[in-house]
Design a protein around this ligand. Structure first.
Ligand code: HEM
Length: 152
């Protein structure tokens, strides 16, 4: 049985993979939200640099989401690769990381004063991560091709 067929058709393959995807997603988004909410004024007494203590866990979570995401893609390659929403999700992920990087550099590493500009970036970050989750869920409903073998 090929790896792609195993992920798609075995009893454990898809449920286990999508569970890891959800777990990776939860920590990845949760840790970004912690910084965003702090920038927006929640827990103002929390030293902002302490949030970066969670960053190693955030990177592990990203790797888990990435590997499980690639496995989900491998299970139904035509389904994902022919769907515009999949590419939109990838662009949103890259954008969310860029916004997170800017916030970390300015607010944490350079200890810049938290002005309206950074609050807008924090709101943008939350909006991007929410859109990524919605786009991920919508992948299941927006595809036009499930398997290329459907053609034969
Ligand atoms: C990093 C690379 C990633 C890849 C290649 C990827 C790929 C995929 C694929 C192929 C699916 C299955 C879609 C379907 O049912 O047809 C999926 C589901 C999903 N992804 Fe991702 N993903 C990635 C990262 C993320 C991240 C970072 C998040 C959230 C922050 C996310 C959120 C979701 C959600 C919510 C689902 C739906 C799960 C469900 O149906 O219950 N993904 N992803």
């Amino acid at each position: 049985m090929s790896f792609s067929v195993w992920v798609r058709e075995s009893v454990a393959g898809f449920p286990v993979t999508i569970s890891f995807h959800a777990l990776g997603m939860a920590f990845l988004v949760g840790i970004h939200f912690a910084l965003d909410l702090r920038v927006l004024g929640l827990a103002p007494k929390l030293p902002v640099h302490l949030i970066t203590k969670f960053y190693p866990l955030m990177w592990v979570s990203f790797v888990v989401a990435l590997i499980s995401g690639l496995m989900l893609l491998l299970a139904y390659p035509a389904k994902g690769l022919t769907n515009f929403v999949f590419y939109l999700k990838m662009i949103l992920i890259a954008s969310a990381f860029i916004v997170g990087k800017i916030l970390t550099k300015k607010v944490v590493q350079q200890d810049a004063e938290i002005t309206t500009k950074y609050k807008i970036l924090a709101l943008l970050s939350i909006g991007l991560w929410v859109s990524i989750i919605v786009a991920g869920r919508f992948l299941a409903y927006t595809y036009t091709i499930l398997l290329t073998t459907d053609f034969y």
